[in-house]
Design a protein around this ligand. Structure first.
Ligand code: FE
Length: 298
């Protein structure tokens, strides 16, 4: 059948009523967006002749996989699309420069210990080499950014994050800190080298990846937020340029400019990486996105 079916008066009337178009109450913006969304879904059903059973298969998948929405967002490319869209809008608004943003992912935990530069992020034993990372945090004119807080979080050598470790071997906030950056903009920390990881076997993301003939692996990486008064909060991460999955990240988090190759010497690895922030145009730009995050008292 032709997708023109969705344009018939009966379906259009159904859409109006479902989105509350005729009612005085409610949120006007939500009504418009939701009407569009439902219409798109109806159009997809007709275009691909999706059966009743297939619709319920999809609903069952989303219902049972709700706990993995944080992984389905990057795995489906939607989280990276948001970055591409925000980049494009920045270009349109003349806001260029700065370290590229990239996906946050679902594993940040608020409340990590606040420490000074040269901190050790790793509190648990981990038989792997030590990562030494340092660099400068500067603004658009090359000025050192004073009062910056660098949030760092990464996996251990088994690819597991504290607070989300299925082996329960890690103490809270292992490989997680907030670093008080010096007023000269220099930061430095060391920790045990993370490894890449894959989506949990048998979970919703794994099921989806297999159904698409894709893998669910990420290269080894380190996540960052940088916040500083007067500057736009930066959400980014570096992926290790020498990781086998560096160019094939299931989450699409790898970006040009965020792929340093660690300088590996014996049992240490060094990365020197500078961050460049943009100035905030309003208070909202200084704050994190509305994403729900686990918060734990340190
Ligand atoms: Fe990660």
């Amino acid at each position: 059948m032709d997708t023109g079916f969705v344009q018939t008066p009966a379906v259009q009337d159904l859409l109006d009523r479902a989105a509350g178009v005729g009612s005085a109450g409610g949120n006007p913006r939500l009504k418009v967006i939701l009407r569009d969304l439902i219409e798109q879904i109806m159009t997809l059903i007709v275009r691909h002749d999706i059966s009743e059973n297939e619709v319920w298969d999809a609903v069952n998948f989303l219902q049972s996989g709700a706990g993995e929405f944080g992984l389905l967002m990057p795995g489906s490319g939607i989280e990276h699309f948001l970055d591409l869209y925000m980049d494009a809008k920045d270009v349109e608004a003349g806001k260029t420069g700065g370290t590229p943003r990239t996906i946050e992912g679902p594993l940040y935990v608020a409340g990590a210990p606040l420490v000074d530069n040269d901190a050790n992020l790793t509190t648990d034993p981990d038989e792997t080499s030590t990562l030494y990372m340092s660099g400068r945090i500067t603004g658009p004119d090359g000025e050192p950014v004073p009062g910056a807080i660098l949030h760092v979080w990464h996996a251990n050598s088994k690819g597991f994050y504290s607070h989300f470790d299925p082996t329960h071997e890690q103490t809270p906030f292992n490989n997680r800190r907030r670093i008080r950056v010096g007023d000269d903009g220099r930061y430095a920390f060391h920790s045990k080298m993370p490894n890449g990881y894959s989506v949990p076997p048998g979970g919703a993301s794994d099921t989806l990846m297999k159904a698409l003939g894709r893998h669910g692996n990420r290269p080894a990486h380190v996540h960052f937020f940088i916040e500083a008064p007067g500057y736009r909060v930066l959400t980014t991460q570096i992926n290790f340029g020498d990781d086998p999955f560096a160019a094939d990240d299931f989450a699409f988090g790898t970006r040009e400019g965020l792929l340093p190759v660690p300088n590996r010497q014996g049992d240490s690895a060094t990365i020197v990486f500078d961050f460049h922030l943009q100035r905030a145009e309003d208070a909202e730009e200084e704050h994190f996105s509305h994403r729900a995050r686990l918060a734990v008292a340190a």
